[in-house]
Write a protein that binds this ligand. Structure first.
Ligand code: NCD
Length: 360
């Protein structure tokens, strides 16, 4: 929607959200504070109609569970209406319609658009032709800025609960660093905090793109020899799935998978006792798969479902910011729901890692 490249514009009212580079530390912290204030809506203690009459169009051209549904849930919990289309098959892109025309058409029906698309740069292209703000729900191997925001929000809270801060922390990132867009956005966002160091481990064919090492703070990135090496001194580990859908050579895909496994024994033997365990999800839990193993689920540092829970609050805060709504305005449009006694929905046992239910 901007004549200049949208990614250059700082995030705020009526801005697109395309890249983590649109943030500075104070705008991230303001967003987190708003997300904190929206918790009663996230746990259904309050219902809200501040977005009554507002329409979100959610266009997902790649598989998604939590990103699409948490965006849609966030909009719905603020009282708005959601229009959704998934996959190319049922959209006119299957008939050859351009991103430009799609943007122009959909923005006539919506107040905000969220899009996920397999091509890097595609969401920025949509934003340039859109008449309404556009949010990047993942553009190929490019970026996934809202995931990075919810990841840093979660990391801040998890470290805070242990009396530590993001500043000066060490984050191990393992898996597919080449195609993993969540990794790219996470590193970019965490660079805003002083002293954050990254210990990276990936198979050699899936290394972090060169451009990350060409920056003036590249000394923060340490490439490690093994998972064990990466976990040394780490406050948190961010494990990722091999992005098989972006790897064209099947032999390459198979040869690298075993190198990205992380299980309970590895964490217990190689990491500090209170390692925070994160993953953007989905993890591949099929028998014989190589990913973050389900046996880590009873470790005290497991934060993967805190990430998914927190995504709802962070995405509500993103929508409120785009639409220029501050917390008092939102809260002035809430009331107690008649269908919920106000009991926290995050009750023990709600998550598969039940003991991990946070007081969110
Ligand atoms: C990630 C994605 O789509 O980039 N998932 C997500 O949005 N939480 C990670 C992945 O698919 O591996």
């Amino acid at each position: 929607m901007n004549p200049t490249p949208s990614a250059a514009r700082p995030f705020g009212p009526q801005a697109d959200l395309l890249s983590t580079t649109q943030f500075d530390r104070s705008s991230v912290l303001a967003l987190f504070e708003l997300a904190d204030g929206l918790r009663p809506l996230g746990r259904s203690e309050l219902t809200c109609d501040v977005l009554q009459g507002a329409v979100l169009s959610s266009l997902f051209f790649e598989p998604s569970t939590r990103t699409r549904l948490s965006f849609e849930s966030a909009w719905a919990r603020l009282g708005g209406t959601v229009l959704t289309t998934t996959g190319f098959t049922f959209s006119s892109m299957a008939k050859g319609e351009s991103i430009h025309d799609t943007a122009r058409v959909i923005s006539g029906y919506s107040d905000v658009i969220v899009m996920r698309h397999p091509d890097k740069g595609s969401v920025a292209e949509l934003a340039d032709a859109s008449l309404v703000p556009v949010v990047n729900g993942g553009d190929g191997a490019g970026e996934h800025p809202t995931q990075a925001l919810l990841d840093v929000y979660t990391l801040t809270r998890e470290l805070g609960a242990r009396g530590r801060t993001v500043e000066g922390s060490t984050v191990a990132i393992i898996g597919d660093l080449r195609y993993g867009r969540t990794v790219h956005s996470l590193i970019d966002l965490l660079r805003l905090w002083k002293g954050v160091r990254f210990r990276l481990y990936s198979p050699s064919s899936l290394e972090l793109p060169r451009e990350f090492f060409d920056r003036d703070d590249a000394h923060r990135l340490l490439v490690c020899e093994s998972v064990q090496d990466a976990l040394k001194g780490a406050d948190a580990v961010y494990a990722t799935r091999v992005q098989r859908e972006r790897i064209t050579d099947e032999k390459v895909a198979q040869s690298i998978e075993a190198a990205v496994l992380l299980d309970k024994r590895m964490v217990q033997e190689w990491a500090s006792d209170d390692l925070i365990i994160m993953h953007p999800l989905p993890r591949d839990s099929r028998p014989g798969s190589f990913d973050l193993m389900p046996d880590v689920d009873d470790l005290p540092g497991l934060a993967i479902f805190h990430q998914t829970d927190n995504g709802l609050m962070v995405r509500m805060a993103i929508f409120c910011t785009i639409l220029g709504l501050d917390l008092p305005t939102v809260l002035a449009h809430t009331r107690k729901p008649v269908w919920n006694s106000g009991k926290p929905l995050a009750r023990p046992g709600l998550h598969s890692a039940g003991r991990q239910a946070q007081d969110w």
